[in-house]
Ligand binder design. Structure first.
Ligand code: COS
Length: 384
């Protein structure tokens, strides 16, 4: 749903210019320093990029899902790390509070997340609980007006920068599955909470992940999201439904950029006396990319509209994340192929994107987990 096309187009135009004039020229600096330049962060805050999806009453822009995915398609035409720093505030780092938080929790945290003053992060994965997120073992033991948290979270995006975590921990020690999990808001400066060294990764320089370690961390009982024990896994899954749609849009954005790079290169690079874009075997690769991107974009927008209408999109979000991340991998591979040897060189944006986008088939649920969610929903729906 696009509420006011005229105003929304102004935002998209601003973003398009920001990407072309500010982000793409800063990509090499991002890679060399492994940091988003401070001037870019400041501009991102000023444009409102940290609060795109946070409701207007809490200082955000309150974008609908369709509007959000359209902004992600624009933003991700620059290196994915630029989106990633604000991505948790708009997605997994705030949405637990937006979707299931109490009015007091929203009041306390959302305005600072919307302004970008606070970076939000989502702590679900553990050393022993990745795809099987419901088996997590981080414990939260009630002690008077507090919970005492112990455990380790792994590969947590934006943990080094985070000021607040949405943490999933087990409040029912008798349980082994999702039913005993609760979601908490944990502030970074709480005694006993520490963040490990940033992980060394295949790509995505400038976007950081790390372990988060909880050692007898005392969290006020009022910080349990929604004020209720035992529903934290469901909160996490609702957050991921929305996040997966957004990752599909991220994939469309990155693929659009890679195809643009491949097309530009193919039209300039001459072999056998003419631009390689004139050879049908190269044209086939370009056409396959265009078709793939069109399909992923169309399905993502349709699923986003369904979510805006109040529909359940668990299955559609999984379809979009699955298809779009796999298609992004195909586009990355073909874009390198179109570039030939030049695409293998470290100073080529394509070499960098090729590594950056590999993550999309893994995080926020692997392709295999998306397949499992799609099939489970098909079977459940057929049973009714
Ligand atoms: N929305 C709301 N509730 C949901 C839900 C959703 N999308 N998905 C599941 N639930 C509910 C189920 O209805 C069930 O509740 P009941 O017991 O009341 O029926 C509960 O949550 C447990 O669901 P389920 O039995 O399907 O859980 P599983 O342990 O089988 O796990 C998968 C399901 C595999 C889908 C889940 O663990 C998953 O998404 N894993 C990947 C995790 C991931 O994406 N990690 C990435 C890192 S986080 S960025």
């Amino acid at each position: 749903m696009i509420r006011d096309p005229e105003t929304f187009n102004i935002l998209l135009d601003t973003l398009r210019r920001f990407v072309r004039e500010r982000l793409i020229p800063a990509e090499n600096e991002l890679v060399e320093t492994d940091e988003i330049p401070a001037r870019i962060l400041k501009e991102m805050r000023e444009i409102g990029l940290f609060g795109l999806t946070i409701p207007v009453e809490y200082g955000g822009l309150g974008l609908t899902t369709e509007e959000e995915v359209l902004t992600s398609i624009e933003m991700c035409q620059a290196s994915p790390a630029f989106r990633s720093i604000a991505g948790t505030n708009n997605g997994i780092g705030s949405q637990g509070i937006v979707i299931d938080g109490t009015p007091e929790q929203k009041e306390k945290y959302l305005p600072r997340l919307a302004s970008g003053e606070l970076i939000g992060s989502f702590a679900l994965t553990e050393p022993g609980a990745g795809s099987d997120a419901g088996s997590l073992t981080t414990s939260a033991r009630r002690d008077g007006n507090h919970y005492v948290i112990n455990g380790t979270k792994r590969y947590i995006t934006n943990a080094p920068e985070a000021g607040v975590f949405t943490l999933m921990a087990r409040t029912d020690p008798e349980s082994k599955d999702a039913s005993g999990v609760s979601a908490f808001i944990v502030e970074r400066n709480t005694p006993g909470l520490s963040v490990g060294k940033p992980d060394r990764k295949m790509g995505q320089r400038g976007s950081h992940t790390a372990d988060v370690i909880f050692d007898d961390v005392r969290v006020p009982a009022e910080n349990i999201i929604g004020g209720k024990e035992g529903v934290g896994f469901k909160t996490a899954m609702k957050v991921l439904d929305k996040a997966r749609l957004n990752i599909a849009a991220v994939c469309v954005g990155a693929s659009t950029r890679m195809l643009e790079e491949a097309l530009t290169y193919a039209m300039q690079r001459k072999q056998f006396g003419k631009p390689v874009a004139e050879f049908q075997l190269v044209q086939a690769m370009l056409a396959d990319c265009q078709t793939d991107i069109f399909a992923a974009r169309s399905m993502t927008l349709e699923a986003a509209r369904k979510r805006d209408e109040g529909g359940n999109v668990t299955m559609e979000a999984a379809c979009c994340k699955y298809f779009a991340s796999e298609m992004c991998g195909r586009v990355a591979d073909r874009a390198v192929q179109v570039h030939g040897g030049a695409g293998y060189m470290a100073d080529s944006p394509i070499e960098r994107f090729y590594r950056d986008v590999r993550l999309f088939r893994l995080y926020e649920g692997t392709s295999q987990i998306q397949q499992l969610i799609i099939a489970r929903n098909m079977i459940r729906n057929a049973g009714h």
